[in-house]
Write a new protein. Structure first.
Length: 474
């Protein structure tokens, strides 16, 4: 900081699947200059569907960021809040030490256990009660898979927590789980605002094996889900406004105060004591883009990549892609399907595949948007954030896929700011809406083409789903 800040100072953390960030904010949720710190890491991926994080790596990265950020303030007692990626699971021993890796939302090894849950339980009833589908992303399937495949480790685990709960316990000595973080597990009951006893019985756990639900501990606010923080930080904090975040994965979310019935494929998570979050997420976005650059040997040059994405080659428009490189989620949750590319010819180039795969991801984002609007009512304003902000060409493809104009955030770290906004709002501060950067306008003719491509994509998915079902029954 060039000069000390004399008003209240708030410390915010944003814990993601690829990096952790920290910064100081003032009482109007403005980031203090030069206070941001970040540290990157990678998921451990394998062909069998593993997507893990090493807890020790995450802890070192978080401590590093906190040291760098706190060095810039003379405040000893900072109000601290954070956001963290939802759905991920970590097992602890009696001393609170990590016994397992962090199993992230992207880990799909428990898909057979999720399928058995759907055969045993009414998935739609569970979804309405817990806000979560009976799918591999959530805790019930992961817990049953771990009990089945690693029984000795499972028996040694005393508590199951999210990564943020463990980090706060290790660094600050606090043991609590926010209602927001709990709502992303698949073990939370919205009506009762408590752990869901029916699902606990299904996975053979008790609430004593989970952390107590607390939304505040003195000057600390236990982590809220990164999706809730992203909406708060981008300004999509009231009904009728939708936030689209495109980073490693992509999500479409809107805040609501009521309890509208959830359509198949969408989620309901907690923001705070008064608001919930409706939406859906796709697993393949920035990670698929990174795969294209690496596997297709495209130049890691932003200018050239932008040129490829802006190109409208006929070969690219003939491609129909199911972008399921990672086990996919909303809106249809086709966990039994892999990636598919249809329409390849000798004329197809690596650039064609890059552009077509980018559009394929955004077609599914548009399908989620349509389903969300049918459930929540008209969504009059769209705010986009995340890594996509670095690519004007990708923003244009998204606008054309949606067939809607949207705004972009001025602050690329929406979930980091959202962690600060959450604490400020709970403390009674009136936080001004953030500045928006620019308007991206869709092109009507390209939007018409995108609607046709979305329909082709849906037909291709239905075809492969039927083929997989026939193969399984034969």
């Amino acid at each position: 900081m060039n000069r000390p800040h004399h008003g209240p100072v708030f410390l915010a953390l944003d814990i993601g699947t690829s990096s952790v960030r920290s910064a100081l904010f003032d009482e109007k949720a403005r980031r203090l200059p030069q206070s941001t710190a970040s540290a990157k890491y990678r998921l451990r991926l394998s062909a069998d569907g593993a997507a893990e994080l090493d807890p020790a790596v995450l802890l070192r990265a978080t401590r590093k960021c906190l040291r760098e950020t706190r060095r810039l303030t003379n405040h000893s007692n900072l109000t601290t809040s954070s956001s963290c990626f939802w759905h991920s699971l970590l097992g602890l021993d009696a001393q609170g030490k990590a016994l397992t890796p962090i199993y992230t939302w992207a880990d799909s090894r428990c898909a057979p256990d999720a399928e058995r849950l759907r055969q045993k339980l009414d998935e739609r009833a569970v979804q309405q009660r817990t806000g979560c589908m009976l799918r591999a992303s959530f805790w019930p399937a992961k817990l049953l898979w771990l009990r089945r495949t690693q029984p000795q480790i499972f028996r040694r685990v005393i508590r199951w927590v999210s990564p943020a709960e463990w980090l706060f316990e290790e660094i600050f000595g606090l043991r609590a789980c926010s209602h927001s973080m709990a709502s992303g597990t698949g073990l939370y009951n919205f009506r009762q605002r408590d752990w869901d006893q029916e699902m606990l019985e299904v996975v053979r756990l008790t609430s004593a094996q989970l952390n107590p639900l607390r939304d505040r501990l003195d000057d600390f606010f236990p982590a809220i889900g990164d999706g809730a923080a992203s909406n708060l930080g981008s300004g999509a904090a009231v009904p009728g406004v939708v936030a689209i975040n495109v980073g490693t994965s992509a999500a479409v979310r809107t805040i609501c105060a009521g309890k509208a019935k959830l359509p198949f494929g969408l989620f309901r998570f907690v923001v705070d004591g008064k608001r919930s979050l409706l939406g859906g997420a796709v697993s393949n976005a920035g990670n698929l883009h990174a795969w294209c650059l690496r596997a297709l040997r495209l130049p890691p040059n932003d200018i050239k990549v932008e040129k490829f994405l802006r190109a409208s080659a006929p070969a690219a428009s003939r491609l129909t892609i199911l972008p399921f490189w990672v086990s996919e989620r909303a809106p249809t949750w086709p966990e039994n399907l892999e990636g598919v590319i249809v329409g390849l010819t000798q004329a197809t180039t690596a650039a064609d595949l890059l552009r077509a795969s980018t559009a394929a991801v955004f077609h599914r984002v548009a399908d989620i948007f349509d389903a969300l609007e049918k459930s929540a009512g008209p969504l009059e304003k769209i705010i986009v954030s995340g890594g996509i902000l670095h690519s004007p060409a990708a923003l244009q493809i998204l606008a054309d896929s949606l067939g809607r104009n949207f705004f972009t955030t001025a602050d690329p770290e929406a979930s980091l700011r959202g962690a600060a906004v959450h604490a400020l709002e709970q403390l009674g501060y009136k936080v001004p809406a953030p500045k928006l950067s620019r308007t991206i306008r869709h092109r009507p003719e390209e939007a018409d083409h995108a609607r046709a491509k979305r329909q082709r994509q849906r037909k291709l998915e239905a075809l492969f789903s039927r083929d997989r079902a026939l193969s399984a029954s034969s």
